[in-house]
Design a binder for this molecule. Structure first.
Ligand code: ATP
Ligand code: MG
Length: 562
């Protein structure tokens, strides 16, 4: 990846790593990992973690593993594994031959657990989940020891072996670390290491009926892979003593855990649990619905990997939680597409315009610039004819003050074409709405320039009625309304924005878009950035609006909200 590496801001994690290298820790190696649990699709928060872990590996000439934390067979599916791999690759990162699964380590994890039992540091506990909660204590009161805590190592080894052999019912016993039931840190109150779960696993099948818990599996997996810096989100800060305890007691290679603030984004939810609900309850069309903050959704919406990486660079890495305004993400895609996306003309809500003095059978091929930001993208021909469509919004029969577009008697410029003047309006008898305009054109203004320096106040986009193609355009707005104070914990579905999707079925686009491939991105002049949806096919064009042209980020910054 080549985007301005030298300007990348240093963050506190890169500072720590720089110091560790200088101190020759871990033989000055840098080895990170991105450890998703395959229980949902990745979202933009994960992109932050991916950019951080793979980005650090790149910057320090180290390595980054992709490791699936697949320790919970009941929630995990192969579909998620495949989508995650595709998403990481699409973002532009590569794990080479370092694709791992925590489940690859089940046997090693088991042997290490045996080691802890032999050392008197783990025991089999028969408390039910409810009892265990009672014994655990609270934030202000210490817990109390399980009556099974003092079982002998022999008995524990026997019971643990029989747990593995499937002799006991799901949930009837656990293996727990023997630490300290009065610890001020609840995570250290004899946390569960293994539970019995008689469920098939997507990789190990029926081999196992006991599964390790995240806190135990994670640190040992990091150790096995020789990770140097295990970067995770802030909620694991209180788990770090446990991370260190396991590795210390096992006496095995010990990576360093570093926590950073997770990404929160306005006007959306970034939690797999909530995203799953949106998909299952049909609030969105699927994981890749363009309104979803998933990588799959954002990609379908038309975002580029460059824009997302740039966004992740800009938000930086901090130690304190905060919420990023979604306007910054939108700013990043505009900035990228402004340079890359060819301009085309499309009319979303067509209003028919007949140019009375234009010859009936004349068709002119007019020159249009593909991208004024990048003249090397060249020009194209756009057909012009006697009947065209303009945007309904661009005409007012009784223009209010400040409305400079077309109105009866008024002259405007058609982009790349001619000046036209409105001379007549046909209306719907019932609604009174304009259904067709009649205009005259000035042949001397070909290309959109007036020979006598006559000024017009507006330039409209248009398409030729006969030559343009029909298209469906899907407009998107924020998935969620912004939560007011105290609303965060309320049912998030109450905050769903009912106007987050609008589908327009009789749009018209210029003929050059025939057969545009899914994923192609354009700027529709004056309207925004749009991308061809995979629902398109032979003779059917469907577009998603990626972003409007309105930059709300500048406003956010000005108001100091940041
Ligand atoms: P969620 O909270 O959305 O359910 P998770 O943390 O359970 O996500 P994992 O699959 O365990 O999801 O996450 C993989 C990695 O991505 C972890 O290292 C996690 O810390 C990181 N991650 C998850 N969400 C975010 C976020 N919002 N911002 C930054 N990193 C994140
Ligand atoms: Mg998790």
């Amino acid at each position: 990846m080549a985007d301005n590496e030298t300007e990348r801001p240093a963050d506190f994690i890169r500072e720590i790593i720089t110091e560790d290298i200088a101190a020759k820790k871990y033989e000055s190696r840098v080895h990170t990992r991105f450890p998703p649990e395959p229980n949902g699709y990745l979202h933009i928060g994960h992109a932050k973690s991916i950019c951080l872990n793979f980005g650090i590996a790149r910057d320090f000439r180290g390595l980054c593993n992709l490791r699936f934390d697949d320790t919970n067979p009941t929630k995990e599916e192969v579909e998620y594994v495949d989508s995650i791999k595709g998403d990481v690759r699409w973002l532009g990162f590569d794990w080479d031959d370092r694709l791992f699964y925590a489940s690859d380590y089940f046997e090693k994890l088991y042997q290490h657990a045996v080691q802890l039992i032999e050392k008197g540091k783990a025991y089999v506990c028969d408390l039910t989940p409810e009892q265990m909660r009672e014994y655990r204590g609270t934030l202000t009161e210490p817990g109390s020891n399980s009556p099974y805590r003092d079982r002998s190592a022999e008995e524990n080894l026997d019971l643990f072996g029989r747990m593995r052999a499937g002799e006991f019912e799901t949930g009837s016993r656990t293996l727990r670390a023997k630490i300290d039931m009065s610890s001020g840190n609840i995570n250290m109150r004899d946390p569960v290491m293994y539970r019995i779960l008689k469920a098939g696993h997507h990789r190990t099948g029926d081999t196992w009926c006991i599964y390790p818990m995240y806190d135990y599996a994670h640190c040992v997996s990091d150790s096995i892979e020789g990770i140097t810096h295990s970067i995770c989100t802030l909620e694991f800060e209180d788990h770090r003593p446990l991370y260190d305890w396991f590795l210390e007691e096992l006496g095995i290679y010990h990576p360093r855990q570093i926590e950073f603030a997770r990404l929160n984004l306005s006007n959306t939810v970034l939690s797999k649990r909530k995203l799953i609900q949106l998909v299952r309850d049909g609030h969105v069309a699927g994981w890749d619905d363009p309104r979803m903050p998933t990588i799959a959704g954002i990609r379908r919406r038309g975002y580029t990997p460059e824009a997302i990486r740039n966004f992740c660079d800009r938000i930086g890495v901090a130690k304190r939680d905060s919420t990023v305004d979604v306007a910054l993400l939108e700013y990043c895609i505009r900035e990228d597409l402004n340079k890359k996306a060819p301009r085309v003309m499309a009319v979303l809500r067509p209003l028919r315009v007949v140019i009375d003095n234009y010859p009936e059978d004349l068709i002119e091929e007019l020159d249009a610039v593909n991208n004024p930001e990048d003249m090397s993208m060249g020009t194209r021909k756009v057909p012009f004819s006697r009947v065209i469509y303009i945007e309904q919004d661009d005409f007012r029969e009784e223009p209010p003050k400040g409305f400079f577009r077309l109105a009866p008697g008024r002259e405007v410029r058609l982009r790349y074409a001619y000046y036209i003047t409105c001379v007549g309006v046909l209306r719907d008898d019932r609604t009174g709405e304009a259904t067709e305009l009649h205009c005259t054109y000035d042949p001397k203004t070909r290309g959109g320039d007036s020979p006598d320096g006559r000024k017009v106040k507006a330039t409209l986009h248009w398409v030729s009625a006969e030559h343009s193609l029909e298209a469906e355009v899907r407009l998107y707005d924020h998935l969620m309304k912004e939560a007011g104070p105290g609303q965060q914990e309320a049912d998030f579905r109450a905050l769903l924005n009912p106007g987050s999707r609008e589908v327009l079925r009789s749009c018209r686009v210029e003929p050059g878009l025939a057969g545009a491939a899914a994923g192609s991105r354009y700027q529709f002049e004056r309207l925004g950035y749009f991308c061809v949806d995979p629902d398109s096919g032979p003779g059917r064009l469907v577009f998603n609006r990626t972003a409007t042209l309105r930059d709300t980020w500048a406003k956010v910054q000005k108001s100091g909200k940041k």
